[in-house]
Design a protein around this ligand. Structure first.
Ligand SMILES: [Mg+2]
Length: 364
């Protein structure tokens, strides 16, 4: 296939409620949508979902826009047979790489006339979803938000924690919701000096501790893992295949959360997936969260055999007040999303929604 034209869109859609984790709060997504059109007439979509400010990583929406607007014109006239034929090394942003790379995969699946998950080697169409909730001003607010969404049928609940907001919310959630599958995500808010927090949390039968310490504290995670029964899960700590190798070698974690946005697309994600799966680690797919284009890509990824925990991906209207795709991603009553039996990512992008939420657009 040959790339004939490229469009970059920046859209801004409000969250249902402000999303707060240990490192900050956001009220809107500022997603960047990459649309690649080929000479053969196919259009592939990919999303970069950096958060406002430096909420999750140093890559802001402005920085990601800059990277993409310099890189995308170089794709015009480029021929490719596989996504890896297009080198993304000069793109100094994992979000930007994810947008371009997943759009290339969408094109490949459309050209072959198959749903994307089949091209990736996946077999499941029903993807189990988990509910993730942020940090709130009060326990009452936290319990109210969980109460609002949990009845949608989610397979498990994860709550965000930070120093001063850890054992008490967990205790209250257990009290209010009983023995539901539950775990915590610290987004790197603690250090090894806080290990006793996780030892105290042992009393609550949690499924995992997600990213207790800093991304590069792989040794410290291994140390913590030796003192607790609850498995450690890494998210921010596994950005590259080298990180994954170190995690396995040091036994820093038993579970890895793979995010297309964090690692830069399906190519790196599949490599990390294979290495971790072969080493016997459990896996699941996380979310930034993204709008529907990015969520759909993640759902196809979650169709692979080794993803054996529910995903954070899910219904369009869980995190945001609206979505660009049609139909919306919706969860069945049994807590699963069924991947559409259509080519590529399986969802259309709605032009009228783009016009409504557009901040800027560039075309080459
Ligand atoms: Mg996480």
């Amino acid at each position: 296939m040959k790339i004939a034209s490229v469009e970059l869109l920046n859209v801004r859609i409000p969250f249902q409620e402000p999303f707060r984790i240990s490192s900050g709060e956001v009220t809107h997504t500022s997603s960047l949508i990459v649309c690649l059109q080929t000479a053969e007439g196919y259009i592939g979509y990919g999303e970069a979902a950096p958060m406002d400010g430096t909420f999750y990583s140093k890559e802001s929406p402005d920085y990601t826009w800059q990277c993409l607007s310099q890189f995308l014109p170089t794709l015009i006239g480029r021929e490719f047979y596989e996504a890896s034929d297009v080198s993304l090394k000069q793109l100094d942003s994992f979000f930007a790489r994810a947008a371009v790379e997943t759009a290339l995969w969408d094109l490949l699946a459309k050209e072959k006339s198959v749903p994307l998950y089949k091209l990736l080697g996946g077999s499941k169409r029903k993807i189990e979803c988990g509910l993730a909730v942020g940090i709130y001003d009060s326990i009452d607010e936290l319990l109210a938000v969980i109460g609002k969404y949990i009845d949608w049928g989610y397979k498990r609940l994860k709550i965000k924690i930070k120093p001063g907001w850890d054992e008490e919310p967990v205790r209250q959630v257990r009290k209010a919701f009983g023995d539901i599958p539950l775990f915590v995500d610290a987004n790197a808010a603690y250090s090894i000096e806080d290990a006793e927090v996780f030892q105290r949390l042992e009393a609550y039968n949690l499924q995992m501790y997600e990213q207790p310490f800093a991304a590069d504290a792989l040794q410290e995670h291994a140390q913590l893992a030796k003192t607790v029964q609850t498995p450690i899960c890494l998210d921010e700590g596994v950005r590259t295949i080298q990180d994954a190798k170190t995690v396995i070698e040091l036994e820093s974690a038993k579970i890895v959360n793979i995010k297309l946005q964090r690692v830069g697309g399906f190519g790196p994600a599949l490599e990390i997936y294979q290495l971790c799966h072969d080493a016997g680690l459990d896996l699941w797919c996380g979310s930034m969260p993204e709008l529907g284009v990015g969520q759909a890509a993640g759902l196809h990824h979650a169709a692979l055999e080794g993803f054996n925990h529910p995903t954070d991906l899910g219904p369009s209207l869980r995190f945001f007040k609206d979505d660009l795709i049609k139909p919306f991603i919706e969860m069945d009553g049994d807590g699963t999303v069924t991947i559409p039996d259509k080519v590529g990512i399986g969802f259309e992008v709605h032009q009228e929604k783009i016009d409504r939420y557009l901040v800027r657009r560039e075309k080459w």
